[in-house]
Write a protein that binds this ligand. Structure first.
Ligand SMILES: [Ca+2]
Length: 295
């Protein structure tokens, strides 16, 4: 999380900021009302622009913080091509009901390189580098794992099972996701249950391995964070959808599996387990099936 450096004065009619990364590498900018008891409405005009040599479109918006409303947010998704440790400037003018400026926030924040991938219903899979493909495989497959050496620090696997038949073609979907990290095996089930080494954990939030692994159970999904790799998984079990984001420079281009190698080049994403690149989606998919796990 990136936190604003603004230090609001006590009882001032000001806003503060929270800037956080969200699913699919989007960025949420939240405006927080500092003095919640003040009866005046705060009007916001903001503009988010990238710092750099090439001009890019600004993300502009307006909003109002009426009395009783403490937070509003704006979500924007930077162009993935530009998300290489990019610095953005958020310029916000805050005025009161009389349209008199009372605060200008000129806040600079960095967005680290971030890549997103997904395994869900059709089109089924999208790699970190944005290649969409349908692969109707069955049983357990490697989705993404550390491929820096022969002893991966982590591996995320998905179980594909057939959908209810809708015609003669077999179509599969993800029904469970397992994450293996050191001695820990965390399973995310289709009912959004979480199992740690086979035992169900029902607390809404828990940590493992000195905070390296954090799991949050929410209403319709489970969020899994692996701090070391800056890998975030969001699992919507009932929707059979997994979203993954990866931001660590240590792992960019050094992962492998059905979600690709995250090096920014979609053309090499069909790299098989043996390192060869294929154009055949079935050959690629089958190479990542984990035959020893069965179905
Ligand atoms: Ca690639």
């Amino acid at each position: 999380m990136l936190r604003s450096g603004n230090v609001p004065k006590a009882n001032a009619l000001h806003v503060d900021l929270n800037i956080t990364h969200q699913k699919n590498c989007s960025v949420l900018v939240e405006f927080l009302r500092v003095n919640v008891t003040d009866p005046r409405t705060l009007l916001l005009n903001y503009s988010i622009v990238q710092i750099g040599e090439d001009p890019v479109g600004a993300h502009n918006g307006t909003g109002s913080l009426d009395p009783g409303i403490t937070t509003i947010g704006t979500l924007f998704t930077p162009d993935p091509v530009l998300i290489v440790n990019t610095t953005f400037v958020l310029l916000t003018y805050v005025v009161n009901n009389d349209k008199v400026p009372i605060q200008v926030i000129n806040k600079t924040f960095d967005v680290p390189r971030c890549l997103s991938a997904s395994a869900k219903r059709d089109p089924h899979l999208t790699t970190f580098d944005g290649r969409h493909f349908g692969y109707q495989g069955l049983c357990w497959h490697t989705l993404v794992k550390d491929c820096r050496n022969v002893n991966p620090r982590f591996e995320v696997t998905g179980k594909f099972e057939p959908r209810e038949m809708e015609g003669p073609e077999l179509r599969s979907r993800t029904t469970q996701v397992n994450v293996r990290m050191d001695d820990h095996l965390i399973s995310l089930t289709r009912d959004n249950h979480v199992l740690v080494n086979g035992r169900a954990v029902y607390t809404p939030k828990f940590r493992i391995d000195d905070d390296n692994i954090k799991v949050y159970r929410q209403a319709d999904h489970v969020t899994f964070k692996l701090s070391e790799a800056e890998l975030v998984l969001e699992w919507y079990g009932r929707d059979h959808s997994l979203y993954a984001t990866l931001t660590s420079a240590d792992y960019i281009g050094k992962v492998c599996g059905l979600l690709g190698n995250a090096d920014g080049d979609a053309r090499n994403d069909f790299t098989k387990r043996d390192g060869d690149i294929t154009k055949d989606v079935v050959e690629f998919g089958e190479s990542w099936r984990i035959s020893e796990l069965g179905c």
